[in-house]
Design a protein around this ligand. Structure first.
Ligand SMILES: Nc1ncnc2c1ncn2[C@@H]1O[C@H](COP(=O)(O)OP(=O)(O)O)[C@@H](O)[C@H]1O
Ligand SMILES: [Mg+2]
Length: 472
């Protein structure tokens, strides 16, 4: 309880479903009796309310930032126990596809304060409804005109092409088996026999992405497309040296900030590890990636955080070891796995920045707080409970920043991540990998490396290359 002059703020609560006025009392709390309670509406506390669609780990990780900024988060969750529902008190349950649910998220029937802005942790919300909400005065950030480019990979490629942003060669396939096969045959011949076929909508974590070398290898998707399922596109298989990600935040009044460009390492189509900044990235390519992110954010009028997944490819295919350039893989208009390092490795995390941006508040510094930060995902675990690993992990890795999402354990599922920051990349990476391996149930990971004064040795006994990368 913080005394203010001779007044103390006793409580702010919910009365009949509405936030009450602050209740101020005279004198210091320890000297008060109940009869001294005087409700004095000196300050009416109505913090901004941000409504978020989606109750997974991204919404969960917005909660600490919201608490620090003093803004109220109302999160639409898929079921009562979701990752976000465990930590957000105002978490109505419902389906994002239902109009009445989204309307109630913004203006709850119980009379709680209406949301000041609607934002998302996933892109799967009907756009017609979002347009209607905007017309009736609710800011939607990012707006549906931008969001569609993150919902649909054909729209995305089309828009990026219009903006002059470099992408792999691509083509939308006709939504019939015969037409789709014919177009795929032609495309495979053009690009040299191998290509990447993708579902335009609904894919994530590599589901909905398939490398093909025969025209009949996408038949199932073409059949589904012909029956009203998601359309299908095909892309040249980018000869990438590695995958990068450029993260940017933009607020409605136009301010834009980019974070350092990172390297992201996928396994089985799922992000496994992120190194910030991307090691040995030339200044030119880093600047190009950041410029692309800004161009996309501005060109598509994105508000909030935008992640641009990139491929670093040789500028000249006949010189694979020579200078590089980037191609855009895809866009995400929300905080992104490649930005989790910012929670501990940057002055302003992507989650706080997203909240600032959608509220049109000044954006924070994106400077890194250490030369290197490595984030390693916890993908599945052989443990009964991830928290069983904490006593050993916290003992051995005192630089590790553990973030667990409260999700049930399933093979390969994103259950949490570990960030480690420091000055020596090999050590930072080895510690992050080993700590994450411990969470995944691999005790060798823990033994291979330790940090901190309590550990027997701060020197890695196994270099990063020998450290087990994934305990699955
Ligand atoms: N055109 C491409 N060339 C080479 N690899 C690709 C291409 N498109 C996707 N991939 C690989 O597949 C992964 C998942 O594809 P992406 O389009 O990002 O789908 P998702 O929506 O599942 O993340 C990428 O991170 C990359 O490793
Ligand atoms: Mg992707």
């Amino acid at each position: 309880m913080e005394p203010l002059g001779n007044l103390s703020l006793l409580t702010i609560g919910w009365i009949d479903g509405r936030m009450s006025d602050a209740v101020w009392v005279e004198g210091r709390p320890e000297r008060m009796s109940c009869s001294a309670l005087v409700p004095v509406p000196l300050i009416h506390v109505t913090p901004p309310v941000i409504a978020v669609v989606g109750g997974g780990q991204l919404a969960r990780m917005m909660a600490p930032a919201a608490a620090e900024l003093g803004v109220h988060l109302r999160v639409l969750v898929e079921s009562p126990g979701t990752s976000a529902a465990q930590v957000v008190t105002d978490a109505p349950v419902g389906a994002a596809s239902e109009e009445a649910t989204i309307r109630a998220l913004i203006a709850p029937p119980g009379g709680q304060d209406a949301a000041d802005v609607l934002t998302f942790e996933h892109e799967h919300v009907p756009n017609a409804l979002l347009t209607d909400l905007i017309e009736h005065g609710t800011p939607v950030r990012p707006g549906p005109h931008a969001l569609v480019a993150a919902q649909d990979k054909i729209v995305m490629r089309t828009r990026l092409g219009e903006l002059g942003v470099p992408c792999p060669r691509w083509r939308a396939l006709p939504s019939t088996v015969d037409g789709g096969r014919a177009a795929l045959t032609e495309f495979l011949a053009e690009v040299g026999g191998e290509a990447v076929v993708k579902l335009a909508r609904g894919g994530y974590d590599g589901k909905g992405v398939r490398v093909v070398s025969g025209a009949d290898e996408a038949d199932d998707w073409l059949v589904a497309a012909s029956e009203g399922g998601p359309p299908v596109l095909v892309e040249e298989k980018a000869p990438f040296r590695r995958e990068l990600s450029a993260l940017v935040a933009r607020r409605p009044s136009g301010e834009v900030r980019t974070w350092p460009v990172v390297e992201s390492i996928q396994r089985d189509g799922v992000c496994a590890e992120v190194v910030a900044p991307a090691p040995d990235l030339s200044d030119d390519v880093a600047a190009q990636a950041r410029e692309i992110a800004v161009a996309v954010a501005e060109g598509l009028d994105v508000t909030g955080v935008l992640a641009v997944e990139l491929f670093e490819v040789p500028s000249d295919q006949s010189d694979p070891g020579g200078p590089t350039t980037v191609l855009v893989n895809e866009l995400a208009m929300r905080p992104h796995n490649s930005g989790h390092w910012t929670i501990d490795g940057s002055v302003t995390s992507q989650f706080e920045q997203h909240l600032r941006a959608v509220l049109d508040l000044p954006l924070g510094s994106t400077d890194p707080v250490a030369p290197w930060t490595v984030m390693v995902n916890v993908l599945g675990s052989t443990r009964e409970e991830l928290t069983d690993a904490l006593p050993e992990l916290l003992e051995r890795f005192d630089t590790a920043r553990v973030n667990l999402y409260g999700k049930g354990i399933r093979p390969g599922r994103k259950l949490g991540h570990v960030n480690v920051s420091g000055t020596d990349l090999d050590e930072v990476r080895a510690a992050a990998r080993a700590a994450a391996a411990l969470l995944m149930g691999d005790d060798d990971g823990g033994r291979a490396y330790s940090t901190g004064a309590r550990a027997e040795s701060a020197v890695p006994v196994a270099g990063p290359a020998e450290t087990k990368e994934n305990a699955r």
